[in-house]
Ligand binder design. Structure first.
Ligand code: PLP
Length: 387
């Protein structure tokens, strides 16, 4: 079969490819420590699973509305108003199978061929993949390692113009764990409002923040008609396999996204959605416990990496990734990631999997046990010291 020309422009998420390579090595008997995939190693809290079981037992096994079940849209709107300080109504909420489709649908709904889209680089690879796929022009904005991987807000604001159709932000950020301070969000909001540019604000790691409060750009003056928040259940509630996320945006845009959803998937799984209502309205202590544990692991991995010759490591403020600078080792990022997997049995990602500005870095996910982190640190140190 001959693929369409646009397929040549589609990128991918390397984490899934590295996982396959690592599993192949394991099948041959090699021990591998997995620091490549970005998902909590915790189980979904029991009260959420119980709600799904009750939903199944009560017959929630049929199609639902494309935009999501009214109960969940109401719970998301309530949560946004209370926790984010962003006033939302159920009509502004669209529920999707994971947060990822919000990216795809928002870019599809807004971007025409040749339109410019600003996005963080290094950044989640699907942004650039989707921009290119749709025929948009990706305009990367750097992160400043010397400022804890904050987005270069001056660079971003300088690049907003009449050609800009969309700005994509992600904070806390994958792959660096950096954030954007409120002053930066305010400046970006002013630039977006000046040119009337929508902002897709990927806040999937909003609850995984180790200091301070998360502030959304949607709460900034002038952003009400322009902000689209992406969030979901995968990371906060350890629900990656449930495939459930959502967007919060002006109601007409929510209708457009729901129409795309009707064309693509019809709707999200109904019993997952009823469990998600429990996730938002029920006991939140499991989230606090998980965040406290991630913070403990973050400190161990940062201190461990800093002790490896040639590594420098910024202490991330959120999410569960570290993005050490490895230029001092003399290896390229890709070469070191490959050798760590093949020779040392440590699966991680090359920084270049997140865009060209990721060169000189590796990404490790510390959403794994402390034993695995200790073992990985030992293996990395031994490999780098012997090389
Ligand atoms: C920055 C970012 N946004 C969105 C997602 C999508 O998550 P999901 O589709 O599982 O909700 C991820 C997952 O890794 C991510 O890292």
């Amino acid at each position: 079969m001959r693929l369409s020309q646009r397929m040549a422009r589609l990128g991918t998420e390397t984490a899934f490819e590295v996982l396959v390579r690592a599993r192949a090595l394991e099948a041959k008997g090699k021990s591998v420590v997995h620091l490549e995939i970005g998902e909590p190693d915790f189980d979904t809290p029991a009260h959420i699973c119980d709600a799904a079981v009750a939903a199944l037992a009560s017959g929630a096994t049929h199609y639902g509305p494309s935009a999501g079940l009214p109960e969940l849209r109401a719970a998301v709107a309530e949560d946004s108003t209370r926790r984010r300080g962003v006033r939302a109504t159920p009509e502004m909420v669209v529920v999707t199978p994971g947060g990822k489709p919000i990216m795809f649908f928002a870019i599809l709904a807004l971007v025409d061929e040749g339109d410019e889209v600003l996005y963080p680089n290094p950044g989640f690879p699907i942004y650039e993949s989707m921009i290119r796929y749709i025929g948009g022009t990706p305009v990367p904005v750097r992160l400043l390692e010397e400022k804890g991987f904050e987005l270069d807000v001056d660079q971003l604001c300088g690049r907003v113009s009449n050609k800009t159709r969309l700005i994509i932000l992600n904070y806390p950020h994958n792959p660096t764990g950096g954030t954007i301070p409120e002053s930066g969000l305010r400046a970006i909001a002013a630039a977006a409002a000046k040119f009337g540019v929508p902002v897709l604000s990927d806040e999937i790691y909003a609850r995984l923040l180790y200091a301070g409060q998360h502030t959304s750009i949607a709460a900034m003056p002038g952003m009400e008609p322009l902000a689209m928040i992406l969030d979901g259940f995968s990371k906060t509630y350890a629900m990656t396999g449930w495939r459930l996320g959502y967007g919060i945006m002006p109601a007409p845009m929510a209708q457009a996204i729901a129409k795309l959803q009707t064309n693509a998937t019809s709707c999200s799984a109904t019993f997952s959605q009823l469990a998600a209502v429990e996730a938002l309205r029920g006991d939140q202590s499991s989230v606090d416990r998980m965040v406290a544990e991630f913070q403990r692991r973050r400190d161990v991995i940062v201190n461990g990496l800093r002790a490896i010759p040639g590594f420098e490591c910024v202490r991330p403020k959120g999410a569960f990734y570290v993005f050490p600078n490895i230029t001092g080792t003399g290896f390229s990022a890709r070469a070191l990631a490959d050798r760590l997997l093949d020779e040392a049995g440590v699966a991680c990602l090359s920084g270049t999997a997140f865009g060209e500005f990721g060169e000189g870095h590796l990404r490790f996910s510390y959403a794994t046990s402390m034993e695995n982190i200790d073992e990985a640190l030992k293996r990395i140190k031994a490999m780098v010291t012997d090389a």
